[in-house]
Write a protein that binds this ligand. Sequence first.
Ligand SMILES: Nc1ncnc2c1ncn2[C@@H]1O[C@H](COP(=O)(O)OP(=O)(O)O)[C@@H](O)[C@H]1O
Ligand SMILES: [Mg+2]
Length: 246
Amino acid sequence: MGAYIKVIDVEKYYGSSGSITKAVDRVSFEISKGEFIGIMGGSGSGKTSLLNVLATIDTATAGHIYFDGKDITKMSEDERSGFRKENLGFIFQNFNLLDTMTLEENIYMPLILNGEKSNDIIKRTEEIIDILGIQEAGDKYPYQVSGGQQQRCSCARALVNNPKLILADEPTGALDAQNSENLMELLLEINKKFKTTILMATHDPFSASYCNRILFLEKGKISYEIYRGARNREGYLREILDAQKV
Ligand SMILES: Nc1ncnc2c1ncn2[C@@H]1O[C@H](COP(=O)(O)OP(=O)(O)O)[C@@H](O)[C@H]1O
Ligand SMILES: [Mg+2]
């Protein structure tokens, strides 16, 4: 089996001649199906730019990205929007929930946007709410629940259309230590149970220690790569901390 996702010489530049920022600078890597992969790097290292290009939210300046054999950098805007709805789930630092909707409504929004039938929507939403253990919070509004529960709800929303890839950008960035740990345990469970491929950008070593593999970005380039292998998470975390000091 070949790579599930192939990123080849991807560049993302902002600005025009005179003042160009090379946010992503000839980055290449592959992702296998079912991997839980982390992108680490300091602020401004290009994590979000890389994620946005992979998500087809933004277009690459150069390079190719093959998703299950199809070059997503060649898609039209319509094709990209269809591609996102069908294949991707998103989790953001600031949860991105709609304040005027209950958690349950936030969760089934993607299904409505996909034009699914209401029976299927109800069934799938209930299933996801059960799996994520947020039954009691379904009819509450985001402001009525904790940040941890809001982020569980974003996970539910990301999962509701059975995505092939979850893209998470600093998902623990706004959470305290306990809620960060809960969220990472949840993402790990999702990765194991549904075999969902996950790509997570983070600057937090503890969160990154849940990934099978971590790519370090520095000024838009991959500088380093480490694998967890058979190690326990504590040993892995130490190596991540050491890698950051280099
Ligand atoms: N929309 C944009 N326009 C211009 N420059 C940008 C834009 N987005 C990001 N940048 C720049 O690109 C670089 C990488 O940013 P970003 O991808 O947000 O990094 P990270 O997510 O690792 O903090 C930074 O120098 C940032 O200032
Ligand atoms: Mg970022």
